[in-house]
Design a protein around this ligand. Structure first.
Ligand code: GDP
Ligand code: MN
Length: 380
């Protein structure tokens, strides 16, 4: 789950990180009123689940309340990376001396939380990562001991040579790590972490991704879910009790069981294809679930073929077959489908599919190869 900057900042504040105050507005009127309350210069910031807002024109300085109103008028309703801005954060403008980067990610490679710092923070951090990766220092945290004070200190001196600044940064790194753990994050970022001319270190931007599987133990974080800002396909899947994650490829995958879904995606890659999604239709799959799965897969315009890989245990193959038939009746499906069903009621399923003009396979390699070919189109 993603949360907005203003929400991530609330979590950071609760863990002691110095963050300037801020309030959210949904109308220009409200923005003006909030800005007038702060007096002086403010920053008007688009609240969407996307980075790079600054470059997209979604972060603007305003000299006074009237200007804040104008900026809010321009930013509200704006599209940033296909997301519509419905809220803006109004926050007093800070004087900036330097901009640094501080982030923590759950890194599958090292199987640990990795803290990253760079003195070259700000809106070009992606470019720094691509062209000058040595400018980003990384440190894996050993989960048995947590983040130790000397480690936070070493990272902080990587950011600032001045002890006065480094000491503040070390504290913020430890606080960010606490916040990351407490809020079930898979990513927590402060970019930029600024040093002011007066020698204060503060977080003026914050981004957090929350592990969906941690939400059950953190209701206050779960309550931060903003459905209007979520991907419609992922929301629909969640509501239908399907696990769905959209990816960049073109082979739409519909599988029962998370393990089989992972193995299927591996095999798609093995045969030179790219999965368009992870989708687990779960155990007992009544036909309705299959119809919803179809609707979700076909809502992704990148999908070129649909791959069904069903291993019938509790899931009955005939239920899935009926779902496929039902879905293709309800949806005007133009995409080619490759189906493999094996297990409970397999014979019945094959019959149902045949009667309705579908071919069913039983071999997993064969069906994946077929789906990859279908996605590549007739020329190959
Ligand atoms: P992002 O582009 O989505 O990461 O949004 P940020 O919140 O990081 O803002 C982008 C840039 O706007 C920052 O790197 C700063 O240079 C600038 N900015 C944001 N807030 C302030 C502020 O309070 N004062 C000043 N002077 N610049 C700011
Ligand atoms: Mn930023």
């Amino acid at each position: 789950m993603n949360i907005h900057e203003y929400q991530a900042k609330e979590i950071l504040r609760a863990h002691g990180v110095p963050v300037p105050p801020g309030e959210v507005a949904t109308t220009p009127d409200e923005a003006e009123r909030i800005a007038a309350g702060y007096g002086g210069m403010v920053v008007v910031k688009a609240q969407v689940h996307a980075g790079g807002r600054g470059k997209a024109g979604g972060v603007k300085l305003a000299n006074d309340a009237a200007e804040a109103r104008e900026q809010a008028e321009a930013i509200l309703g704006m599209q940033i990376k296909e997301l519509t801005v419905e809220k803006v954060l109004i926050t007093p403008a800070e004087d900036i001396d330097t901009e640094a980067y501080l982030g923590i990610v759950m890194d599958r490679g090292s199987q640990s939380d990795v803290i990253m710092v760079s003195s070259e923070g700000g809106i070009d951090i992606e470019e720094v990562a691509a062209t000058n990766p040595d400018a980003i220092q990384k440190m894996a945290v050993d989960a048995r001991y947590g983040l130790l004070p000397h480690q936070a200190s070493a990272l902080a001196y990587g950011l600032y040579s001045e002890p006065k600044l480094a000491r503040q940064a070390a504290r913020i790194i430890a606080q960010l790590y606490d916040a990351y753990r407490a809020a079930g994050c898979t990513l927590a970022e402060i970019n930029p972490l600024i040093a002011t001319p007066a020698g204060e270190v503060k977080a003026i931007d914050a981004k957090m991704n929350i592990d969906d599987n941690a939400l059950f133990r953190i209701p206050d974080v779960e309550a931060m879910r903003d459905e209007s800002a979520e991907d419609p396909a992922e929301r629909k899947a969640r509501e239908a009790g399907l696990s769905y994650i959209q990816l960049d490829g073109d082979v739409g995958c519909c599988v029962n069981g998370a393990g089989l879904a992972m193995a299927t995606m591996d095999l798609v890659k093995h045969y030179g294809g790219e999965p368009a999604n992870f989708l687990d239709i779960g155990g007992s799959s009544n036909p309705d679930k299959v119809v919803t799965a179809f609707e979700i897969i076909t809502s992704d315009p990148n999908v070129k073929s649909i791959l069904f890989n069903i291993f019938g245990g509790i899931t009955r193959c005939d239920d899935v077959a009926n779902g496929i038939v039902e879905a293709t009746r309800r949806i005007d499906l133009k995409l080619p489908i490759a189906i493999r069903l094996t297990g409970t009621n397999e014979d019945l399923a094959v019959e149902i599919l045949k009667e309705n003009g579908f071919e069913a396979m039983t071999d997993m390699d064969e069906v994946v190869k077929r789906a990859v070919e279908l996605a590549a189109g007739p020329s190959s």
